[in-house]
Design a protein around this ligand. Structure first.
Ligand code: SIN
Length: 301
């Protein structure tokens, strides 16, 4: 059952044996198969999104989890740094909504970033950031999206996801809503399905940054057994087709000593911001989860 696997991987004492966690980085892995996509479609736009050349990309499908696709870290280290800074500095600003706003922990014109990293830093708020919603804002109570709770999706995030979607064959995908999840080393995300969107046929795009995670994916019911896989910084996981409505969750965050985001500070990165963000990410993980909400041709909810 999903919850048994979740409990197993979440445990600290004794810590779980990770031998059965699917790791596409292991060349001998029999659980995944490389997917071929048409790299002729490389347009040069990738550089703008902080992506490596497509020749370096590895895309996998999971033999026993139809519809689940992993694009293994297509980002350069500088690209990851830029996206991590955006997730913490830009996307936590209004009109996006964070749990910190929802709980009234800031006064009207304060931002989470300035409060945590300004002249009188409130360190207590640093680890309390849990989520930001963008575009159609996910309503955590009703679990419904509505036209009354909607703001503009940031162009850069929308363009990145739609660019990746086209390459992976999802020509019509529209990035209309996002949830950014922020994890500390002891955080978990309980098993759930994502079914609030009006159009459940569209895939869900999920990008990981920072420390690694064990991601658990089961079946359509909690009773089904689950597979565990490693997600590392830069990885793009796509839940499409049969996998779109499956139970999934994150039972464990793991330190990634290889730090795929780390490189010498680059002249085009604001070094002062990067120092702050680098310290934050040393014990944190960020997940950017992007969905299409409307059916094709549907203009509003
Ligand atoms: C989610 O399922 O909402 C997030 C998954 C992740 O953090 O990888």
């Amino acid at each position: 059952m999903f919850k048994d696997s979740f409990k197993y991987y979440k445990a600290r004492k004794p810590p779980p044996n990770l031998e059965h966690v699917i790791d596409p980085m292991k060349p001998s892995n029999k659980n995944v198969r490389k997917m071929n996509v048409d790299f002729q479609s490389e347009t040069g736009l990738g550089v703008k999104f902080g992506l490596k050349s497509m020749k370096e990309w590895n895309i996998y499908e999971f033999i026993n989890i139809p519809g689940l696709i992993l694009l293994q870290n297509p980002f350069t280290a500088k690209g990851q740094q830029e996206w991590i800074i955006k997730c913490l500095k830009e996307y936590t600003e209004k009109p996006n909504i964070t749990n910190i706003d929802a709980h009234g922990l800031l006064s009207n014109n304060e931002t989470w970033w300035d409060t945590c990293f300004g002249t009188m830093p409130r360190k207590d708020l640093l680890s309390r950031l849990r989520w930001t919603t963008l575009g159609y804002h996910h309503n955590w109570d009703t679990k419904h999206y509505s036209e009354n709770l909607k703001s503009k999706m940031p162009n850069d995030l929308k363009d990145l996801i739609e660019y990746l979607a086209r390459i992976l064959g999802f020509q019509e995908f529209k990035a209309e809503a996002a949830i950014i999840n922020y994890y500390k080393m002891n955080s978990t995300l309980a098993g759930h399905t994502d079914h609030s969107e009006a159009y459940l046929e569209a895939p869900l795009f999920s990008i990981s940054f920072g420390q690694a995670a064990i991601f658990l994916i089961g079946g359509l019911k909690q009773e089904n057994s689950a597979h565990a896989l490693f997600l590392r910084s830069g990885d793009v996981l796509v839940m499409s087709g049969n996998s779109r409505l499956k139970y999934h969750g994150v039972p464990k965050i793991l330190i990634d000593e290889s730090k795929p985001w780390s490189s010498m500070p680059n002249s085009s990165i604001n070094n002062e911001d990067w120092q702050k963000v680098n310290a934050y990410i040393s014990d944190s993980r960020i997940n950017v989860n992007v969905r299409q909400v409307l059916k094709p041709g549907q203009l509003n909810l």
